[in-house]
Design a protein around this ligand. Sequence first.
Ligand code: PAP
Length: 277
Amino acid sequence: MLINDHFKARPTDIIVATSPKCGTTWLRALVFSIINRHFFDFNDHPLRKLNPQELVLLFEGHIHKDGSTSFLDELPSPRLLSTHIPYSLFPKRMTDDTSGCRFVYICRDPKDVLVSKWHFSNKLRPKEVPPLSLEEAFDLFCNGVSHYGPFWDHVLGYWKASVESPKKVLFLTYEDVKKEPLGCVRKVAEFLGVPFSPEEENKKTVEEIVKLCSFESLSNLDVNRSVAKRSERPVSNSDFFRKGEVGDWVNHLSPEMVEKMNQITEQKLQGIGFNFH
Ligand code: PAP
């Protein structure tokens, strides 16, 4: 409602979209590095001093209850923003093929998302609140009780949009970016209309971006090791870096949980042409 009534979209807007814990931090860093690669030296890069959340702001965090979007209105073009909002909740003037603004979406195997969320929510937990058990977190997740709505609906919304409007929505998976980071970075750059030139390929710019944004690199920077919490939020930068692996669910979920989660995924994504394998 607030977005629909108040947000003034621009044709140059780029939105990094994710369901929480699917690779937001990583994709923010990658897209920021891709589109700003001509402005910064990789050895003295903003990502070395600032957490990706400070460089790519959360869209919905800057739309105020009274509808004020003044902060977003003042950002220079092209604006790079991040969101967890489901695709269906964006107004038509943003999702319309003619609107120009683009969405880069990343999703992740729900079993890893659940495990990541569970660890994260226990870090967020105030001392007086008892820890959330994995079993409770599992039931909530499977029942669709997630921030920003059920995980599978989130994926479905962006997947369908990427099929219907491939120039507007690019759909990536965490697993693919892990497996083929160079190819995925090239794909994002092409999608955003800023493909790598032969000179850049020679200079190994794609490799530099992948290296700078890797879990190993980002998680070891002082800014991202910081455990300091700012007054307005109960989390620290370091809370966004845990293991950064594919398949950590094997260390947490019982065979029954795996079976149930896989069944839900099969059923929800049946026949759409995409699955997490
Ligand atoms: P958010 O949606 O709340 O902003 P998000 O960044 O999507 O969080 O999720 C954090 C996960 O991404 C963590 O996964 P894990 O719990 O399974 O370890 C975190 O480790 C991982 N992550 C953060 N940065 C990177 C990166 N550069 N490369 C790969 N994974 C990363």
